[in-house]
Design a binder for this molecule. Structure first.
Ligand SMILES: Nc1nc2c(c(=O)[nH]1)N[C@@H](CN(C=O)c1ccc(C(=O)N[C@@H](CCC(=O)O)C(=O)O)cc1)CN2
Length: 284
């Protein structure tokens, strides 16, 4: 078997062209959506992701507001920019690029954001709304994964899903989305404390690999025909991305979202969805 590739780049391009039409309608009503980003430090990966977000904005007609601070910025300096973005009327939604430099209290920064401008869906209020089944901006990578599965017709209802990882941007929120009535999946969350990862993986219809452990998952771990989404990011000596999923998985899986080229572009597209939805709420 050779897996069908879940092409995040092509699917993200479709979503962006749908969004461009919605942005044009908003502009007719006098509302221009604006995405703010705050990048702290000089991590080349983070810089690339932020640049990609602004390139996407330009493609769909969303205004860009870019703020940068050096790696030496203090908690107070970062908080000052967050307050400024909360107040800026041109900024209808924004993100703080994660991770922040060591020593910065990331949770405090997220808590300080205006939840109505939280384009990442990571503010505690919005994560709480998700738990309570209330409308909220959805975390971009988990929502990107669901959107990709939906567009390729991969069934989540009744599916056994294994999420590997428990980070804030993917691992924690992913099961919250997958277990909503609309998705109706059964989710097992695995992490470094899991005793027999291979046994869990072997039962899974859908695997979301978000551990950040290079080639952790191999062909022999996967149930034939399963959908495997690789969102783990490690870098090799040349700075190239190495995912959590070994390339030999393509011989066993039914669907494979590779890394790079899979969920990354979807993360960016679903961010724009959150920005446009926030602007649409504002426009009434
Ligand atoms: N505030 C946030 N910080 C981070 C998030 C997030 O959702 N919000 N997620 C990740 C990084 N991320 C978005 O910010 C992100 C990751 C990957 C991509 C992407 O397009 N990847 C490309 C490859 C790019 C490359 O070659 O380096 C791909 O997968 O094809 C976009 C955004 C952590 N931080």
């Amino acid at each position: 078997m050779s897996a069908q590739i879940l092409d995040g780049k092509a699917t993200a391009a479709e979503i962006k062209s749908e969004l461009a039409a919605r942005v044009a309608k908003l502009k007719e009503k006098g509302v221009t959506p604006g995405l703010g980003t705050l990048l702290v430090g000089d991590d080349p990966g983070s810089r690339k992701y932020v640049a990609g977000k602004h390139r996407d904005c330009a493609q769909v007609g969303i205004a860009s507001i870019q703020r940068e601070l050096p790696a030496t910025a203090t908690q107070e300096e970062i908080e000052a920019v967050v307050r400024e973005l909360n107040e800026d009327p041109a900024c209808t939604g924004y993100i703080v690029q994660l991770p922040l430099p060591k020593g910065i209290d990331e949770n405090r920064i997220l808590e300080l954001m205006d939840p109505d401008k939280d384009a990442d869906g990571l503010h505690p209020m919005n994560l709480g709304r998700l738990v309570l089944n209330e409308p909220a901006p959805l975390p971009c990578t988990p929502n990107g994964i669901l959107t990709l599965l939906r567009r390729y017709g991969v069934e989540t209802k009744g599916a056994e899903v294994v999420v590997v990882g428990r980070g804030v941007t993917i691992g924690r929120p992913m099961p919250l989305l997958m277990t909503r009535r609309s998705e109706n999946a059964t989710v097992t969350q695995c992490h470094t404390g899991t005793r027999d990862l291979a046994a869990h993986l072997k039962r899974a219809d859908i695997v979301v690999a978000a551990a950040g452990s290079p080639h952790l998952i191999r062909a022999e771990d996967i149930k034939p025909g399963a959908a495997v989404l690789d969102v783990g990011v490690s870098r090799n000596d040349e700075g190239r991305i190495v995912g959590d999923v070994h390339p030999d998985v393509a011989e066993v899986a039914g669907f494979l979202s590779p890394n790079p080229g899979g969920v990354g572009p979807m993360t960016r597209a679903l961010l724009l969805v959150n920005v446009v939805e926030a602007a649409e709420r504002r426009a009434g």
